[in-house]
Ligand binder design. Structure first.
Ligand code: MSK
Length: 646
């Protein structure tokens, strides 16, 4: 790694520039303004006192932003430019494109990027299943045979042979969907026939996972997609190949390998780090490596080695969605969400951070250089300058996991107690609400949930999903919206960093029903569950798709007729744009708390927030204020109820 990047041979501590010094009063104010989580506040203050640079400091230095870029009207698509559009409709770039086309192409670029990221993650999981089934990776046996057989039947695969044979056939059938010549994906057929008709009429039925992403990239090439409407619509089709294809495969096959999540209790926030343990954070998205790290951490040799250096043991903690995957299935405590990744290092108590891919700040090795933390990168797709690279594949994952844990243990004596600050008590959280687990809690089917919605005890449901974004006060958008919705008897289901925000705020505790309205309190109280349900990682948004598909089928209506909605109050990533588009494509109107970069085109903005409803019966809203956002979502749900005569 170092040889490849000779200029980065010395990985220096990332300090805040001296011109960006803060007084004590400024620190007090910034800590309050930047995050609502108390443990994050404590460590953020330490970062300021240590002089360590953070995402918020960098945002401050990048502000004000370029207006052309913010509104999506800068174009770098060919070498005749770059161009930026001034004066709205009347200006054109060198090739003759206008603001609408530039915005549409930039948006499609983001959707394709997000869909590609999720789907490539899905392919990696399916390949691990295949290698496990065919003898190449014996550490990856099938963990949920029932789910394997259920999926095999769905794909029309004979389950008469051995488990390995079924797994091999299913994996090959799924891999075939990346470049399928059959012309349609299997799992989208889970939706009611009437919803399928809407997708066909709108021409957003995905024909193959890779195909839609490649076609998106083709269309945004200069001189191909020259009509903003067609360019935007390809975004919906590409995103549907993510939601009902790549991400769905990632979720289902992770369950096949590692087991379908069940309800359990764990702990959340930076307080999960332990003073007397070797602390190792697992960050990224794909559970293929992290599940193996959990296994390796229990290896007697590893435990003995930790004791030998004077530690009480190994403490694995999660971050972002790799953390969510482990939280759902294994109850591994979660240190935090997206904007906590630097803070976890800044506690001074982290021996190693092991990353796979997605949502990993490139600056982490340089933050780590201010303390004693080792950053291990592990994926050939996610190599990182300044990190220690330990290449991991399903064939060698266990051995490589042990190796990294040994290095972390050996790093424990390097911890500088003077630099350690672990905030106080973590918050208990109930997690693991897969659709299967929800059904189990309800006595075997979703019928009681549907009945509660029809009776009005629960007015409807909102999926709050997505990231943190330093443009929004950390966790504020998620937590304030969730609190307001449950107060109005709206069930909240969550994934990704949104769910961790709720965990930190105590909304994933059964006792949070005290904050809910009367009807929701009664239903959740009788089941002993919280009013906000943790449904997993980013690719687990597909669990929400399955939930609404099953509810709509049971009710005999289209998905878009259900009193449900989506929200991404603090989204930042192109993956979130793809998720938002497949929610709307599926028929679930979605509210964004951060304006996407489409403001430079009145045409594209109106298309997505208004006109698209005529085609898909769903649309977008943009509203950063949680109070107003709640009002929009509540009105939407009440209108849907009224239309169904509820
Ligand atoms: S980790 S994509 S910041 S949810 Fe999935 Fe969180 Fe968003 Fe990454």
């Amino acid at each position: 790694m170092a040889d490849e990047y000779p200029e980065i041979l010395s990985v220096e501590c990332l300090r805040r520039p001296s011109k960006q010094e803060y007084t004590k009063e400024e620190m007090d104010q910034k800590v309050e303004e930047r995050t609502i989580d108390r443990t994050s506040q404590i460590v953020l203050r330490k970062a300021m006192e240590d002089g360590t640079d953070t995402v918020w400091d960098r945002l401050e230095r990048q502000t004000p932003h370029c207006k052309f870029c913010s509104e999506g009207v800068s174009c770098q698509r060919c070498a005749m430019g770059p161009c930026r559009i001034m004066g709205g409709d009347r200006t054109r770039g060198v090739c003759g494109n206008d603001a609408h086309l530039i915005v549409a192409r930039n948006l499609l670029d983001w959707v394709a990027m997000g869909a590609a990221a999720h789907s490539d993650h899905g392919r990696d999981v399916v390949e691990a299943v295949l290698k496990g089934a065919t003898g190449g990776a014996p550490d990856y046996p099938v963990g949920d045979v029932e789910k394997l057989n259920r999926l095999a039947k769905e794909y029309g695969i004979d389950t008469g042979g051995t488990t390995q044979q079924t797994a091999e056939r299913l994996a090959l059938a799924m891999l075939d969907e990346f470049g399928t010549v059959r012309g349609e994906l299997q799992m989208i057929k889970r939706v009611p026939a009437a919803s399928l008709e809407v997708y066909k009429k709108a021409d957003i039925m995905p024909r193959g996972i890779d195909r839609e992403v490649v076609e998106a990239m083709h269309r945004i090439h200069m001189g191909v997609g020259n009509d903003p409407y067609g360019v935007v619509m390809q975004g919906f089709r590409a995103s549907m190949s993510d939601g009902w294809g790549g991400s769905m495969q990632a979720m289902e096959m992770s369950d096949v390998l590692f087991g379908t999540p069940e309800i359990k209790t764990s702990r959340v926030n930076l307080g999960v780090l332990k003073k007397d343990h070797v602390n190792v954070a697992l960050h990224g998205h794909n559970p293929v490596l992290s599940e193996m790290l959990v296994k390796a951490a229990a290896d007697p040799d590893i435990v003995a080695r930790a004791k030998k250096v004077g530690a009480a043991g190994i403490n694995l903690v999660g971050l972002c969605c790799t953390g969510n995957e482990l939280l759902m299935r294994k109850g591994v405590p979660q240190a935090g969400n997206h904007l906590d990744q630097e803070l976890t290092i800044i506690t001074g108590a982290l021996e190693a951070m092991i990353v796979d891919y997605q949502c990993i700040f490139p600056s982490l090795p340089f933050t780590a250089a201010c303390y004693h933390t080792i950053i291990f990168s592990t994926s050939p797709k996610g190599t990182m300058a300044g990190s220690e690279y330990v290449e991991v594949s399903p064939e060698n994952a266990y051995q490589q996991s042990k190796l990294m844990l040994e290095r972390a243990i050996d790093n424990y004596p390097n911890r500088n107690e003077q630099k350690v600050l672990i905030p106080d008590e973590p918050v208990e959280s109930m997690v693991g609400f897969s659709v299967e687990a929800i059904k189990k809690a309800l006595g075997g089917s979703l019928k009681p949930l549907l009945d509660a919605i029809v009776s009005g005890k629960i007015r409807g449901a909102v999926g709050i999903v997505g990231c943190n974004n330093p443009h929004i006060r950390h966790d504020y958008g998620h937590v304030e919206l969730a609190k307001r919705l449950i107060k109005r008897d709206i069930l909240v289901v969550e994934t990704g960093c949104a769910s961790i925000a709720s965990g930190k705020a105590g909304l994933l505790k059964p006792s949070a029903i005290e904050m809910a309205g009367k009807g929701l309190k009664e239903v959740c109280g009788s089941l002993g569950i919280p009013p906000v349900l943790h449904m997993g990682s980013c690719v687990d948004n597909t669990r929400i798709l399955n939930l609404v598909a099953e509810l709509a089928s049971m009710a005999g209506v289209r998905i878009d007729q259900l009193p449900v909605a989506g929200a991404a109050p603090e989204w930042y990533s192109p993956k979130a744009v793809s998720i938002a588009e497949y929610f709307v494509g599926t028929g679930v109107s979605t509210l964004l708390g951060v304006m996407p970069r489409i403001g430079g085109s009145p045409f594209v903005t109106k298309m997505l927030t208004d006109d698209i409803e005529h085609l898909l019966n769903a649309k977008f809203w943009v509203e950063p204020d949680p109070s107003k956002a709640c009002a929009i979502l509540f009105d939407h749900i009440e209108q849907k109820r009224q239309a169904l005569g509820m």
